[in-house]
Each structure stands twice: as structure tokens, then as C-alpha cells.
Design a protein around this ligand. Structure first.
Ligand SMILES: Cc1cc2nc3c(=O)[nH]c(=O)nc-3n(C[C@H](O)[C@H](O)[C@H](O)COP(=O)(O)OP(=O)(O)OC[C@H]3O[C@@H](n4cnc5c(N)ncnc54)[C@H](O)[C@@H]3O)c2cc1C
Length: 474
């Protein structure tokens, strides 16, 4: 049994870290610190950890290590169901309150309800405060109470709710318990790998972002001088002109309030950036109202769209995931994902579209691979980003608008900087050639030939869409 390292002066409360791995601007932690001493707890829930691949698990472990360092090594990490572990810890330390930041995902809501009931049996209360968002998911509604279905309408109301001031990190009297290291425990969680991943790489990304609250703050500082040009540069992956804050927002190493306060101002770049943060909030809101949308098409008639799941589809999926399709921008993106556990937004759209519309693979396979490899893998943003691309989501790109991967490279990576960075076979091919790789260039570069005829597969995608079109329109 764990024992106290320090004698608490009074009965401590428990602070249960979840998607808020930080000290600054953490209202729930500030509330806990006001009550008295605090036990810091993180629970690795095998149920939530199963679809998390080794890349995200490694980033989570590194984020927990950083958090642990920042509180003098007092983070208690346990593996198991929070329904039993949280009350166990509360009972062990005699806590009357467990504080936590609210979490609105469907599974988290169900979990919190069950933890709250279990805590009541040991005379303890779960107090959830705030959320990982600027505006709580589920709270922006039409006058009728119905949710907004398109982003523009949601955003207009959402924007009127912004403006809260970030809090400083509180002074906390941490109470330590014996425990294992975060890395050991996160590694112990078993991952559930779908069969269509076949022999795809399993290890963590070799070059992930640096984790932790300090790294998040540095990433924000790096971005501030770039924000006024965000509108012009954000779609060009070669420029590295976006914030790269998504992994930190995902684990809560940074709250979007802090980001918003840092980029406050009237320029077009700032306005567009604020709106991108709004997409994150909108997708969390959609998931709040439609928990089924994480794996089912929001426009239900898309369930009838013909997709391939045979051995050929598995082989095409594998080539896509490895960045071996012969389409340079797609391959660059998929290799960035393998290498860094992150991918630029424009390239996420192009690679996702290619899988669905040129390779005719179910969007859910691609969404699973992204969730497996992305350090920012987030059910709300990822699944709805995929549904947007597949045509079945909110504000969806019309299905018949098929991204041409060569044209996208020409428009958004005109100098080939991004492609050359991730596809070394093409490092010496000149700009003009990169977007129309002919047989001669391919033969001399050592880069692989395209696995499909893009024009033919576009026609095939449109033919399949035509089969469901009437029901989509009607
Ligand atoms: C197929 C697909 C899958 C995606 N999967 C994820 C995911 O798992 N996790 C994730 O955080 N984002 C996801 N996105 C959204 C977006 O690609 C990333 O948030 C963005 O690329 C992160 O880079 P950044 O922090 O530099 O973004 P910036 O351009 O600097 O934007 C700032 C922040 O705004 C939010 N944001 C920006 N664009 C979007 C968007 N389209 N949807 C939702 N939030 C957005 C993110 O929190 C981001 O960190 C996905 C998009 C697509 C098309």
C-alpha cells in the first residue's frame, strides 16, 4: 500500500488531472489549492487508452513527466478504472473533495457520472470546474435550444462569449504518495490495433514535439510574431507558419484562454486564427450533441456510400499510411505523420481526401490511423475533420469537389519545400517537375510510380457518389 511521504497538515483534497496537464490558468486547480493541501492524481484508464497508439501514449507520458517535474515529483499515476481508483485514493487520504476540469466527450461524461456515484459512497464529492474549451461544449444554442448545425452560425454566438482572463498558476501545497513513474505506467496500457493496420509501424514517432507546459509556452511565443501573417501563410505547409499548438491544447498543457489572450488584436491574421480555435470548439460541441458522430456519418445517408474493404483496399491503405502512393504531397504528409506524429492542416485535408476519394477506403480507417499516430489525436477534431473531407460532416466540402493532389501541391507548396523535406527521393527534382512527375523523372529520381490513375479514380468516386446522391439531396 502506498504511504505518505509528507505529513499533511489537514485532510487534503485530490486534484484529478485529465485533459489539463498544466498549472497556469487552471481554474479547477486554483479552486483545489484554496481549500488546502492537494494530492495530484492521473489515472491511465485502459478503456480510453486502447485506441491510443504508441506515439500519442509517448507524448502523454512525456507531458506527465513534465508535469511531475513541475510539482516536485508528487504526481501519483495509477492504471485502472477511475471508477475504482479515484475513490480509493480519496479514501486513502481522507479527501472530501476531488477537483477536476470538466471533460465533455461522450465517454468522459459517462465516466464522470460513474466516478461521482462511486465517490459519494466514500463521502466525497467530484467537483468539476471549467473545461478544455473557451466555451463549454453543449452551451451555445439557438433560441429554441437546438444546437447550431453549421460553423458560421455557431461562431457568431460563440464569439460573444469570449474574453475571460487567464489565471496565474496557484501556489499549491502538494501532498506526495508513493507511486510508479508516469512513463512506466503509460507504457503498461495495452493498445488495441485494428487488423487493417497489418504490419504498419508500431513504435512512437522518432521526432515528436517536446512535451510539457514550458514547451507549450515556448510554442506560443514562437507563434506570436507570425500571427499577423497567419491568414496568408497558414495554407502553405513549407512555411511552418501555423502555431503547432494542437498537441498542447489536446493534453491541456495550455488552455485556449491563454492563447486567445496572447494573440488578442484586430489584424486579419488574428481574426482568422481565432476562428480556427473556434473550429475546435464547434467540433467538440457537435460531438456533445451527437456522440454517435465519432464513428457514424453525421449525414446518415452517407452510410450507403460504397467503400472498399477487400485485400486491395488493405494494400492501398498500407501504401497511403507509409507515404508510398507516388503522389508527392500525399506521401510527404503521411511521412511527416510517421516521423513527427503531426501533420499540417492543408496536408491532412489532401491526404484524407486522397484515401477516401482516390483509394475508395472507408474514412474510419484513415481516422483510426490518424488517431493512432497523431500526438494531437482528438476524437472531436479528427473525426469531424475526416467527415468534412469525406462529405458526410457539418459544413462538408461537397463530395463532388475532389482535391487533385498534384494541383494542391502546385498551389500550396509551389516551391516544393515541404515535399522535398519529407520525400528525399525528390530532393533534387526541380519545382516545375515536382507537380507533374513524368515517367522519365520518376525513373531517374528513384521515387515510386503512382499507385492509381488519379483521373480514373476521381470518376469512380463520382460514380459511387451518384448512387447515393438522390437520397442525399432528397
Ligand atoms: C482529416 C483531419 C484530421 C484532423 N485531426 C485533428 C486532430 O486529431 N486533432 C486536432 O487538434 N486537430 C485535427 N485536425 C484539425 C487541424 O488539422 C489541426 O488542428 C491543425 O493542423 C493543428 O496545427 P496547428 O496547431 O499548427 O494549427 P493552427 O493553424 O495554428 O490553428 C490553431 C488551433 O486551432 C485549432 N484548429 C485549427 N484548425 C482546425 C480544424 N480544422 N479543426 C479543429 N480545430 C482546428 C487547433 O486546436 C489548432 O491548434 C484535423 C483536420 C483534418 C482535415
Amino acid at each position: 500500500m502506498p504511504s505518505f511521504i509528507e505529513e499533511p497538515v489537514s485532510t487534503p483534497s485530490v486534484f484529478w488531472f485529465r485533459r489539463d496537464l498544466r498549472l497556469a490558468d487552471n481554474p479547477a486547480l486554483t479552486a483545489a489549492a484554496r481549500v488546502g493541501s492537494v494530492v495530484a492524481l492521473f489515472v491511465v484508464d485502459p478503456e480510453l487508452a486502447a485506441p491510443v497508439g504508441p506515439t500519442r501514449a509517448a507524448f502523454l507520458a512525456a507531458s506527465l513527466e513534465a508535469l511531475n517535474d513541475s510539482i516536485g515529483g508528487r504526481l501519483v499515476v495509477r492504471v485502472g478504472s477511475p471508477v475504482s481508483i479515484v475513490p480509493e485514493i480519496a479514501r486513502e487520504v481522507g479527501a472530501r473533495d476531488v477537483f477536476a476540469t470538466g471533460d465533455a466527450t461522450p465517454r468522459a461524461r459517462d465516466r464522470d457520472r460513474r466516478v461521482s456515484e462511486a465517490l459519494a459512497t466514500v463521502g466525497c464529492t467530484l467537483r468539476t470546474i471549467d473545461s478544455p474549451y473557451l466555451v463549454e461544449p453543449g452551451s451555445v444554442r439557438q433560441a429554441s435550444g437546438a444546437p447550431y448545425r453549421v460553423y458560421g452560425a455557431y461562431r457568431r454566438v460563440w464569439e460573444t462569449r469570449l474574453g475571460a482572463t487567464p489565471l496565474d498558476a496557484p501556489v499549491v501545497d502538494w501532498v506526495g504518495l508513493e507511486g510508479l513513474t508516469p512513463a512506466a505506467l503509460v507504457a503498461a496500457a495495452a493498445h488495441r490495433r485494428p487488423t487493417y493496420f497489418t504490419d504498419l509501424p508500431d513504435g512512437p514517432a522518432p521526432s515528436p514535439p517536446v512535451a510539457g507546459e514550458l514547451a507549450a509556452t515556448r510554442a506560443l511565443e514562437r507563434f506570436i510574431p507570425l500571427v499577423d501573417q497567419y491568414q496568408e501563410h497558414r495554407d502553405q505547409p513549407g512555411l511552418d507558419a501555423t502555431s503547432r499548438l494542437s498537441p498542447y491544447l489536446h493534453v491541456g498543457a495550455l488552455h485556449p484562454r491563454t492563447v486567445l489572450a496572447a494573440i488578442d488584436g484586430p489584424s486579419a491574421g488574428r481574426t482568422v486564427f481565432r476562428s480556427e480555435l473556434g473550429w475546435r470548439e464547434f467540433y467538440a460541441d457537435v460531438l456533445w450533441h451527437r456522440p454517435d458522430s465519432s464513428w457514424q456519418p453525421l449525414q446518415t445517408r452517407f452510410a450507403a456510400l460504397r467503400v472498399d474493404r477487400d485485400a486491395g483496399a488493405v494494400a492501398r491503405f498500407r501504401a497511403w499510411a507509409l507515404g508510398e502512393t507516388g503522389f508527392a504531397l500525399v506521401d510527404a504528409g503521411m511521412r511527416q505523420l510517421l516521423h513527427e506524429g503531426w501533420m499540417h492542416n492543408r496536408v491532412r485535408m489532401v491526404t484524407a481526401s486522397f484515401l477516401v476519394k482516390h483509394l475508395h477506403v472507408d474514412w474510419r480507417w484513415g481516422a483510426s490511423w490518424f488517431l493512432w499516430r497523431l500526438v494531437d489525436g482528438d476524437v472531436a477534431s479528427n473525426q469531424h475533420g475526416w467527415q468534412w473531407t469525406a462529405g458526410s460532416g457539418t459544413d462538408a466540402a461537397p463530395f463532388h469537389r475532389v482535391f487533385n493532389p498534384l494541383r494542391q501541391a502546385e498551389r500550396f507548396d509551389p516551391s516544393g519545400t515541404y515535399i522535398r523535406r519529407y520525400v528525399p527521393e525528390l530532393a533534387s527534382v526541380d519545382e516545375a517537375q515536382l507537380t507533374r512527375l513524368d515517367a522519365r523523372t520518376l525513373a531517374t529520381s528513384g521515387y515510386r510510380a503512382p499507385i492509381v490513375d488519379a483521373a480514373a479514380e476521381r470518376r469512380e468516386a463520382l460514380a459511387r457518389f451518384a448512387e447515393i446522391r438522390q437520397s442525399v439531396i432528397s
